[in-house]
Design a protein around this ligand. Structure first.
Ligand code: PPE
Length: 311
C-alpha cells in the first residue's frame, strides 16, 4: 500500500489533538457503511502582513451545523468549539496556508443498522496543504468541462443545502466520467435538465453584461458563491441574477466560471467541445479571481470581516 499523504500531521478528534498514527476510526463506524455525515472545506491563506487568516470561518461552521440540523445529527460540541479547533489545527501543524476539513460523523457505539437509536456522533478536524484544485494552469487558462450524464439529485432525494458526505458519490461518479473523457470537470444538470453546479463548485455565466447563477434551491449554498456575488455587485458594478440556467446558455455565454473553496475562482474555456467566448479564460473571471485573492490575503480593508487571523 502507498503511504498516506496525511502521515506526520496532527489531527483534532473529539476535543483532543492526536498524531496521524492514533487518528483512527472503527471499521464499523456507522458513517462508513451508510454515508451519513457532514463536512466542510475551509481555506487558510497567508496574508500580506505575514499572518495567516482563515477565510469566512464562521460562515463555514454555521453551514456545518445547519447540515447537521437538516440531517438530524445531534452534535456534542458547540460551533465555537469546532471553530476554535479549526484555528488550533493550523497552529498545531505550523501551516502558513492550508485547507481545513472539519467532519461530523457517526461512530460504532450505536451499532449498525439504518435506524440510529443511539447517536455516537464524532467530530474531527484535519488540515493539509492543498494547492490549486484544478491546477495552476487552470487558474490562468481555464478548464475544459463536460455536462455529466449523471443528474444532480432531485431536491427530495438528497437535500442540497447540506454538505453531506454520502451525497458526494454523485460528484465522484460525474468527476470520474469527466476525467475519463479528457475533461477537467463535470457540470451537472438537475432532474429537469437545468444547470445546477459542478462536481465540487458553483457555476456562473457572464452574458450581455450580466452574471447569472442557478438559485439556491438546487445547489450547495457555496460560501465562495456568496462572496463573489458580493464582490461582483459591490466592486465590479455587475448585476447578478440567481435564475435557472439551461445547457445552451452555457454554450453561448461570453464567459463561464466555477467557484468553490478548493477551486477558488476557476475560468472555464470549453464545454462539450464548444469554445466558451474566445476559448480562453474570460476577463471578468480573471478580474474576479484577482479581487478574491486580494481579499483572502488581507489586501482589502472592506472585507477584513471575512478573515479570522491565526495567532
Ligand atoms: N458545490 C459543491 C457540490 C461543492 O462540493 C462545493 C465545495 C461547492 C459547491 C462550493 O462551496 P464553497 O466551498 O462553500 O464555496 N466543494 C468542496 C469539496 C471539494 C473536494 O474535492 O473535497 C470544497 O471546495 O472545499
Amino acid at each position: 500500500m502507498n503511504s498516506s499523504p496525511f502521515e506526520g500531521l496532527k489531527f483534532w478528534m473529539d476535543g483532543k489533538f492526536t498524531d496521524y498514527s492514533q487518528a483512527k476510526i472503527s471499521v464499523n463506524s456507522h458513517s462508513l457503511h451508510y454515508g451519513l455525515g457532514a463536512f466542510e472545506g475551509i481555506r487558510c491563506y497567508k496574508t500580506n502582513s505575514g499572518k495567516s487568516a482563515i477565510f469566512r470561518l464562521d460562515e463555514h461552521i454555521e453551514r456545518l451545523f445547519k447540515s447537521c440540523q437538516i440531517l438530524q445529527i445531534p452534535v456534542n460540541f458547540s460551533e465555537k468549539e469546532v471553530a476554535g479547533a479549526c484555528v488550533d489545527i493550523v497552529k498545531k501543524n505550523g501551516f502558513e496556508e492550508c485547507y481545513i476539513r472539519p467532519i461530523i460523523y457517526i461512530g460504532d457505539a450505536g451499532g449498525l443498522g439504518i435506524f440510529i437509536k443511539h447517536f455516537d456522533t464524532r467530530v474531527a478536524v484535519s488540515a493539509w496543504k492543498w494547492g490549486a484544485y484544478l491546477g495552476e494552469e487552470a487558474m490562468k487558462k481555464g478548464i475544459k468541462a463536460r455536462v455529466s450524464s449523471y443528474a444532480r439529485f432531485h431536491v427530495n432525494t438528497f437535500m442540497g443545502m447540506s454538505k453531506a458526505t454520502g451525497q458526494y458519490i454523485n460528484s465522484i461518479l460525474a468527476k470520474k466520467e469527466a476525467i475519463s473523457s479528457g475533461c477537467d470537470e463535470a457540470i451537472m444538470l438537475d432532474t429537469s435538465g437545468f444547470v445546477c453546479e459542478a462536481s465540487g463548485e458553483n457555476i456562473f455565466v457572464y452574458s450581455n453584461g450580466n452574471i447569472k447563477t442557478p438559485p439556491l434551491s438546487s445547489v450547495l449554498p457555496g460560501i465562495t458563491r456568496a462572496s463573489v456575488i458580493e464582490i461582483m455587485k459591490n466592486d465590479m458594478g455587475l448585476e447578478v441574477m440567481e435564475e435557472r440556467l439551461t445547457r445552451d446558455e452555457l454554450y453561448i455565454a461570453e464567459e463561464v466560471f466555477l467557484t468553490g473553496t478548493a477551486a477558488e475562482v476557476t475560468p472555464v474555456r470549453e464545454i462539450d467541445d464548444r469554445k466558451i467566448g474566445k476559448g480562453s479564460a474570460g476577463k471578468i473571471a480573471l478580474e474576479l479571481q484577482d479581487k478574491f485573492f486580494k481579499i483572502a490575503k488581507g489586501g482589502n480593508k472592506k472585507y477584513e470581516k471575512w478573515l479570522t487571523y491565526v495567532r
